[in-house]
Write a protein that binds this ligand. Structure first.
Ligand code: XIL
Length: 302
């Protein structure tokens, strides 16, 4: 196969990219998207502040531009994200307690219902654990509504769209020996043992020289998969260039390919210039849309 999507499909996997609605008038960008990727994630357009800017008033225009294009092109859509401490609209940032819990669950229900049948996987909850060695939940307005907010969000999402795979998504969960990784692992283990509906774990995979791809990445993915969930690499980018960047991309892709339940990889943008970390040139296509060494390394091992 000579595209990322077609190559991934040979083993039943997908290969996706984060897409920004405001770039969809760029023909180079759209040419690469349509040719190479068979899954899309909205980079910002399906976050809480974008979809519910005023409480109870939903604005789906920019998200629909991305979702409708993907579906017309036969691509899957990863929904990102229903519940998160960040990119909340002002009204939600100001809320707490049972009013916030209700508002969060209403958001999950409304959005998952609106997109029912069109979403391959939802990032139901994003980034709910703390960094560092505590293994604790991240403090946030949502966390302060009670420890069970995550499972409540998953149950609401399942009721609204029984056909979507429901994922927990986070970063710094790549290294198996990291406390945060262990804490997420125990939550998923607990959810599976109590029948809380969870189908997948997303690994954001934002790597750079200070946060390199760990040697035990395959172990991490396999251990989560062994809990009975799919694993997905959901926001991959690796700062760097040339062969060293390419070899890191090769390693991540090989780790996914070695885990039967690693069902897909999404890169967090298309060209380096499209990246949220553009200075780090972390993606598979250069600013002009040419394939980088990292692209060829990924395609080689898919
Ligand atoms: C980032 C987007 O790429 C930026 O455009 C935006 O300004 C901030 O959010 N983890 C996530 C993503 O789950 O939603 C974030 O996306 C990157 C980190």
């Amino acid at each position: 196969a000579d595209t990322l999507g077609a190559a991934a499909q040979r083993t039943g996997r997908y290969f996706g990219a984060a897409v920004a609605a405001h770039r969809m008038s760029d023909s180079t960008y759209m040419g690469i998207l349509n040719r190479e990727f068979d899954s899309v994630t909205a980079e910002n357009e399906m976050k809480i502040d974008a979809l519910e800017p005023q409480q109870g008033q939903f604005t789906y225009g920019n998200a629909d531009q991305i979702v409708n294009h993907a579906i017309q092109q036969g691509k899957d859509v990863r929904g990102h994200t229903l519940a998160w401490h960040s990119q909340q609209p002002q009204w939600m940032q100001n809320m707490s307690g049972s009013a916030l819990r209700q508002a969060m669950l209403n958001h999950v229900t409304q959005v998952a219902t609106y997109y029912r049948g069109r979403i391959h996987s939802w990032d139901v909850v994003n980034e709910a654990f703390a960094d560092g060695s505590s293994g604790a939940r991240r403090d946030s307005n949502l966390q302060r509504t009670g420890d069970d907010w995550i499972e409540a969000a998953f149950r609401a999402a399942r009721a609204a769209d029984p056909g979507a795979k429901l994922c927990y998504n986070d970063y710094n969960t790549d290294n198996w020996s990291h406390a945060k990784t262990q804490a997420v692992y125990r939550m998923v283990q607990d959810f599976k043992s109590r029948g809380v509906p969870i189908d997948c774990v997303g690994f954001q995979a934002h790597f750079n020289s200070g946060n390199p791809v760990p040697n035990n990445y395959h172990t991490t993915l396999q251990n989560f998969a062994d809990l009975g969930v799919d694993v997905q690499i959901t926001e991959l980018d690796i700062e760097g260039s040339g062969n060293s960047q390419a070899e890191q991309y090769r390693g991540v892709t090989q780790a996914c390919m070695a885990v039967t339940r690693c069902t897909g990889i999404t890169v967090w943008g298309i060209r380096d210039s499209d990246s949220w970390r553009a200075q780090g040139t972390p993606l598979l296509f250069d600013n002009s849309g040419n394939k980088k060494a990292a692209y060829h390394a990924v395609l080689d091992v898919l």
